[in-house]
Design a protein around this ligand. Structure first.
Ligand code: SF4
Length: 350
């Protein structure tokens, strides 16, 4: 559909999206089928045009605190699944407090508190609520929580203590693929937890994986599935095989690249936050993702941190290029800059 368009036509297409044009399933199929470098560059051009209309050259910065890597689940793609014999950690309240001190004034727009479905917190969810309270008191910044499928009453309590965003990735809306990825977990419970959070005034993030056995049809289903949540942030991440997991040996030469899907998400969700994660390719990867239409940098680690990311291209490396100073430096080179905090809070409706 955009293969033959010249620059002015591409711009016109971007304008139509801004005016409210909705892509059909056939449009999605056509865009997901794009392959050549030239076609993809055209797609990124339109995505940037739409992104720039709403956000200009301003980017948001999300600090990632993976405070517990314990988990009771067995997701086939995840390094932290409970069957994997790995070293795990759970930060203490004191350690989190200390970390907050180091984060004061660092320039983050939001703090993302992530954990596996750690039995320590699931048995006594008020421990989790307490942690949210501590981080809010220390930093006063918007808080994203990524605690897995937490019960409704804990979500409400966490909101009262200052949580603003609830992140919960479905990974796929293709029921067969879901069963293989989120082994033994209910599709509906996951979907409903996000729905409940949204109804209660949280902003919500949904996300899908690519390169994990999803074809064009299942990707269309997943994009439509995410749309049905009315999310505030939508993410796509490339599956990276993880040592010690059932999908350790899975390799796919996927044509459904993360960058292509990021750009399509920008056309489907023009006003949403779309992450450029550092988790897979660090700062260089951030540049590609921003150029494909993303507008929030995620998986930035706290200063001097040895904490985990999610997929961790840099696990075990001595030098980790995932700090906020390196990110801002690179943004400047790209002609972009961190957005004012007020702009972020407007999105949250704070
Ligand atoms: S993806 Fe989340 S819920 Fe699944 S095993 Fe990993 S940490 Fe646990």
């Amino acid at each position: 559909m955009i293969q033959k368009m010249a620059t002015e036509e591409l711009d016109r297409f971007g304008e139509k999206i801004i005016e409210g044009l909705e892509l059909s399933d056939d449009d999605l199929r056509a865009l997901l089928s794009l392959e050549s470098e030239e076609e993809l560059e055209k797609l990124y051009h339109v995505a940037r045009k739409v992104r720039d209309h709403y956000f200009g050259n301003r980017v948001f910065l999300n600090c990632f605190i993976y405070f517990s890597t314990y988990c009771k689940n067995q997701c086939a793609f995840c390094y932290y699944n409970c069957k994997n014999e790995i070293n795990r950690y759970r930060l203490t309240g004191e350690e989190i407090k200390e970390m907050c001190k180091a984060l004061k004034g660092a320039g983050f727009h939001m703090i993302d508190l992530t954990m596996g479905e750690d039995p320590y917190y699931y048995e006594e969810p008020d421990r989790f609520v307490d942690l949210v309270r501590t981080v809010k008191e220390e930093l006063g910044l918007p808080i994203m929580i990524s605690p897995g499928v937490m019960d409704n009453s804990t979500l409400l309590k966490a909101k009262k203590k200052g949580a603003n965003f609830f992140a919960l990735y479905q990974e796929t809306y293709d029921p067969e693929l879901y069963k293989n990825l989120r082994v033994g977990q209910s599709f509906e419970e996951r979907f409903n937890a996000r729905l409940f959070a949204k109804e209660q005034g949280y902003c919500v993030e949904d996300g899908i994986l690519t390169g994990v056995g999803n074809d064009i049809e299942s990707t269309v289903i997943s994009i439509r599935g995410m749309k049905s949540n009315n999310p505030d942030m939508v993410r796509v991440m490339t599956f990276l095989p993880q040592e010690g997991t059932p999908l350790e040996g899975f390799r796919e030469n996927s044509k459904l690249s993360e960058l292509k899907i990021i750009a399509i998400l920008r056309l489907m969700f023009p006003k949403c936050l779309i992450p450029a994660s550092l988790d897979l390719e660090g700062i260089d990867g951030m540049v590609y993702r921003l150029n494909a239409g993303a507008n929030i940098v995620t998986s930035i680690l706290p200063p001097d941190s040895r904490l985990e990311g999610v997929a961790n291209y840099d696990r075990g490396m001595e030098e980790r290029d995932r700090d906020i100073t390196s990110v801002i430096k690179k943004l400047k080179v790209m002609g972009m800059e961190p957005a004012p905090q007020a702009e972020f809070e407007k999105i949250l409706g704070c």
